[in-house]
Design a protein around this ligand. Structure first.
Ligand code: ADP
Length: 261
């Protein structure tokens, strides 16, 4: 307890040592700075929807016209913001649990062929609204070891992004195949792509190439950092290849039968 008090009271520049995050060692000072930055970003992100909700409800409160129709626009605006906030809070809670080491990662056989089919069926109506076709090319019995719920979440994030950042009437291909090492899944879109110098940054928390576009598409800027965490916990790899105005290809590589240590 004494040591802890001294640490808090000391200038951060005196903090030495390392903190274990995921599979990498991060200097404590850097880790504290990251947490502070994360908190600041999270508060900033939540402040905007709260202000929008407040403004919309103030209009309703001040209105002398009591007909429901006249107030519906403002209430709908507030509702949209609440839904977006709910999304961001869920993502933040996931990352907070991941950071604290509280997240349980199940080790069970996961049928990726089946999981991809289920996710595609779920996402097809959303893609359909933009005239986007989801095309699967899947080998049978692609089995990996891991957490089915998290693997599903990972696939949803990648497909959701592919849909969000693609234009109308394009095609998204999802390929699943055996490789020498295990199983590879590719999600290939014909969307707006990511500028070359930003590809390495998109897995950072709250990093968005085009903040306004992400926001109008319902993005939180946390999807790929969650995806990255899940990939890491499954001892898998994620490669992002992209070309602006041409599209993006994300490759997941799962090692066969690798158990979490
Ligand atoms: P968001 O909720 O904004 O989509 P993500 O963490 O999932 O957040 O992605 C971070 C950023 O990476 C996005 O805002 C977008 O700029 C870029 N991005 C992710 N996937 C794609 C993609 N398939 N095509 C183009 N840009 C993408």
């Amino acid at each position: 307890m004494v040591g802890f008090t001294i640490l808090i009271g000391a200038s951060l520049s005196f903090l030495g040592g390392y903190f274990l995050s995921g599979r990498s060692l991060i200097p404590i000072k850097k880790s504290v700075e990251r947490q502070q930055e994360f908190l600041a970003d999270a508060s900033h992100e939540l402040r905007t929807p709260i202000a929008v909700i407040q403004t919309n409800l103030e209009v309703v409160k001040a209105s002398t016209d009591e007909s429901v129709e006249s107030q519906l626009t403002w209430i709908n605006n507030a509702y949209d913001e609440i839904q977006w906030m709910q999304h961001i809070v869920e993502d933040l809670m996931f990352l907070a649990r991941a950071d604290s080491g509280d997240m349980v990662v199940q080790q069970e056989p996961v049928d990726l062929t089946y999981a991809i089919k289920v996710v595609c069926e779920k996402m097809a109506p959303i893609a359909g609204k933009k005239g986007i076709a989801l095309i699967n090319k899947l080998e049978d019995d692609l089995i990996i070891t891991g957490d089915e719920k998290q693997i599903t979440q990972l696939l949803v994030i990648l497909l959701d992004n592919a849909i969000k950042y693609s234009g109308e009437n394009t095609i998204i291909r999802i390929i699943g195949k055996q490789t020498l090492q295990g199983v590879a899944v590719e999600v290939i879109d014909q969307g707006i792509g990511i500028p070359k110098d930003e590809i390495s940054k998109v897995t950072q928390r709250f990093y968005r190439v085009d903040k306004a576009r992400s926001r109008t598409e319902g993005g939180t800027g946390l999807g790929l950092s969650i995806a990255n965490w899940i990939v890491d916990e499954h001892h898998a790899g994620m490669i992002i290849e992209s070309e602006e105005k041409k599209g993006t290809r994300i490759i997941l590589n799962f090692d066969k039968g690798v158990e979490k240590k």
